[in-house]
Write a protein of this length. Structure first.
Length: 327
């Protein structure tokens, strides 16, 4: 597969753009397919092949995949706060199904699929692995269920011959978070000195460059039909913001919000915004995720993919420097 042309779908996103950069840096011929409305700032200066089109169109995908050995699928709608989950299902489930079926039809050699650690089951020990099947549907918001369904349909198609490999990626941090992502927004506010509070919850994290490297390694070493957890460690909100603030040379958040107060205020904000017929990024589902999800065992990725992630502090430093430069 080394030397084969790679197609990256989702190249305008945070992870997808870093996958493109990693492939180009490795000397690989790369093709990207993006919508005409996509922000391609991260890849505009790279030497690669560009096509424009709708990833829901099978003919467009066939054209894009023809001549490529591997597909890196990084498309995802992360707007977990939407009241109407139909767009999430359309992109995360229906859209990915189209790409998987076309890849199987065209004869792609490797289909590296970006999933999420939210599809991993909860383990009573507090540390989950790929062996833990999803087991918290009764608490999972629609966004999580779209990721679970997308992953399940990939594994189903693997049994029909699709050479699919799943990378279950944790929350990513790093530079060039143009949107920014919701967690990137947290760091952006911290760097700007506009994040006065913190709360005691933790999340599984990984540096964005390390996540991109993992996808390339999965293409080379991953076993078809297998999942690989791409996570570095658990990181508390307090540590994430204070570490980023230190790298940016600004004061860290000073006041702790008790979880009970955070939960109550989030409930009020969500109800108020919904009463006004508006979506809000602050939702109860995000609080649920932060409270129930634990740690993840990345030993399978380390052993089979030969993946060696950097300490997350290095990625927080890159994020701090980048957000400060954008201010």
């Amino acid at each position: 597969m080394t030397g084969d042309k790679a197609l990256v779908l989702g190249a305008s996103g945070f992870l997808g753009s870093h996958v493109v950069k990693a492939l180009v840096a490795a000397g690989r011929p790369v093709r990207i397919l993006t919508r005409s409305s996509s922000n391609t700032a991260m890849t505009d200066d790279l030497d690669l092949e560009r096509q424009t089109g709708d990833v829901f169109d099978r003919d467009t995908l066939r054209t894009a995949m023809t001549g490529c050995g591997s597909v890196f699928y990084c498309i995802v709608d992360t707007r977990s706060w939407l009241r109407d989950s139909a767009p999430l299902y359309r992109t995360n489930v229906d859209g990915s199904r189209v790409a998987m079926e076309v890849a199987l039809e065209v004869g792609i050699k490797r289909f590296v699929f970006t999933s999420s650690v939210v599809t991993i089951g909860l383990n009573p020990s507090g540390t989950a692995s790929e062996a833990d099947e999803f087991n918290w549907e009764d608490q999972a918001p629609p966004y999580v269920m779209t990721r679970v369904q997308a992953e399940r349909q990939l594994l189903e198609l693997c049994r029909e011959g699709l050479p699919g490999i799943v990378c279950s990626v944790a929350t990513t941090f790093g530079g060039h978070d143009h949107q920014p992502t919701p967690h990137g927004e947290l760091l952006k506010l911290t760097v700007a000195g506009r994040m006065p509070v913190y709360w005691k919850t933790k999340m599984s994290v990984v540096g964005i460059k390390d996540a991109a490297d993992a996808l390339l390694l999965a293409e080379q070493h991953g076993r078809v039909g297998e999942r690989y957890i791409i996570a570095e460690r658990l990181l508390g909100i307090a540590e994430a913001t204070s570490t980023t603030a230190a790298f940016a040379g600004v004061s860290p958040p000073r006041f702790e919000i008790p979880i009970s107060v955070l939960t109550a205020s989030t409930w009020v904000i969500e109800k108020l915004m919904h009463a006004l017929d508006k979506d809000t990024v602050v939702t109860m589902s995000s609080i649920v995720l932060q409270r129930i999800m634990g740690d993840y065992d990345n030993s399978k990725a380390r052993t089979e993919l030969h993946w060696h992630p950097r300490p997350i502090d290095e990625s927080l430093e890159e994020a701090a420097i980048w957000f400060k430069a954008q201010a």
